[in-house]
Design a protein around this ligand. Structure first.
Ligand SMILES: Cc1ncc(COP(=O)(O)O)c(C=O)c1O
Length: 442
């Protein structure tokens, strides 16, 4: 008798598990031969089965898995609305674009408005500000927390300043008490880039729930992955409407793919100066894009999200292991510190080479990478010194960017991702010790 679709799916799922066990069987760590990675996807057969299940639907665009992910993400973070997009960078674009929505009336952001930012970070937190014709105002950061120096922030605000757009650097929440005070005092918008901080808390609350709108990335280096992917989330109904519309071509209609006439007035309402009854599916209330994910991506994310609490614990434990291990190196390095009141779900373990140690950051990272240990710089270092940013319209806050430059020159990070083992951490610490000895430091 011919098998049913359900039986075939079950059989395929079993085969996928069998395949996973062979293809992705864990390999023993060989010191010096295997790489100690700074990040990587951590998954089991469940992600692979979910991906194949979605592909068998052949729905291709956003569908049941995207919906399942968005509601599970809301349940986890406490946000009212979450919209999947194809990357964290797209999420940042949608978040800023949402604040330009006509739905916001006189509070909408416009060209020439100033937005508080930092230059020690990832470019696509700042790029939407530039792309929308606004002016980034760069404030210096702190060594150790790697977040904005809130003591400098108020001095940076002018009558043109309308928003703050900052990432919680490498998972470490910024001082949200200080920032929220200024947000209220000056009636500013706050966008929280949580791309590196999923699961971090400040005073017991998840980051992303303080500002008006927040973003996440699901690129493989991040806390959970769907390959390419990201998410915009908010509890503000108006911003949610704007974000969805901007993600979905700018259209006014909010029907999911495959749905029609959810609003019940598809052919009866009037919009703009269009003729009455113009098909709502083709009414555009925003200047938008198409930034949706496919259901295959979301299907991976659904399984990853179930693992998130364990991933967060592993990141915290790895951070602790690095902190303990680095103690023996004395004053050679400035170690990271969580912002007071926060409990970071660390993206990485950032380290700054102290002054006058007799070696440079680059000498050390070169040595580590040559010995099979991956490192990364704190992204762009000082964004303003990057070729693409020379000549952009901007303002530097009073006080300058001295510590941003210090980070560009002397900071790097090691991984904290859940795939990192104690053996790999011990191996890395041994290599650092060897390097320091060669420089006459340890
Ligand atoms: C702070 C921050 N924001 C945004 C992004 C962009 O995310 P994506 O790579 O998914 O576009 C990244 C990427 O790593 C990031 O670290």
């Amino acid at each position: 008798m011919a098998k049913t679709e359900k039986e075939l799916r079950a059989q395929i799922a079993e085969l996928v598990k069998e395949y996973y066990d062979i293809k992705f069987a864990p390999k023993p760590f060989e010191p010096g031969k295997s790489m100690v990675r700074y990040a990587g996807r951590v998954f089991d057969e469940k992600e692979l089965q979910s991906l194949v299940d979605a592909s068998l639907d052949f729905w291709l665009t956003s569908g049941r898995y995207s919906e399942a992910f968005e509601s599970a993400f809301c349940a986890f973070t406490g946000a009212e609305y979450a919209f999947l997009v194809n990357s964290g960078s797209s999420a940042n674009l949608v978040a800023l674009a949402s604040l330009t929505s006509p739905l916001l009336g006189h509070r909408r952001l416009k060209r020439g408005d100033e937005v508080i930012a930092v230059a020690a970070g990832f470019p696509t937190t700042v790029n939407p500000i530039i792309q929308y014709g606004m002016v980034p105002v760069f404030v210096d950061v702190e060594i150790g927390t790697y977040n904005i120096d809130v003591r400098q922030l108020e001095k940076a605000i002018s009558s043109k300043t309308k928003a703050i757009f900052l990432a919680h650097t490498l998972g470490n929440p910024y001082d949200l008490d200080a920032i929220m005070k200024l947000v209220e005092k000056y009636n500013l918008w706050l966008i929280e880039d949580c791309c590196d901080a999923l699961g971090s808390t400040y005073k017991g609350r998840f980051v992303g729930s303080f500002g008006h709108i927040a973003t996440c990335s699901f690129y493989p280096a991040h806390h959970i992955t769907m390959g390419e992917g990201g998410c915009v989330f908010t509890s503000d109904e108006t911003l949610a409407r704007a974000a969805r519309s901007i993600r979905d071509w700018g259209r006014d209609c909010y029907c999911a793919p495959g749905e029609s006439n959810t609003c019940g007035k598809r052919f009866s309402a009037t919009y703009g100066t269009l003729p009455k009854g113009y098909d709502h599916k083709y009414v555009y209330s925003h200047i938008g894009y198409n930034l949706k994910v496919t259901d295959m991506q979301a299907a991976i994310g659904v399984e990853q999200l179930k693992k998130l609490p364990k991933f967060i614990e592993a990141r915290k434990a790895n951070f602790k292991a690095w902190t303990e291990g680095f103690k023996k190196f004395g004053d050679a390095f400035i170690l990271p510190r969580p912002t007071e009141g926060s409990d970071p779900s660390w993206f990485a373990f950032p380290v700054t080479v102290a002054e006058n140690t007799g070696f440079t950051r680059t000498e050390l990272t070169d040595y580590l990478n040559n010995h099979g240990v991956e490192t990364r710089n704190l992204f762009a270092g000082n964004l303003l010194r990057q070729p693409a940013y020379i000549g952009i319209e901007h303002r530097v806050a009073p006080g300058g960017l001295k510590r941003t430059d210090h980070i560009m020159n002397d900071t790097f990070f090691l991984g904290t991702y859940p795939g990192l083992t104690r053996e790999q951490i011990e191996y890395t610490l041994g290599i650092i010790e060897e390097f320091l000895k060669s420089k006459g430091v340890a």
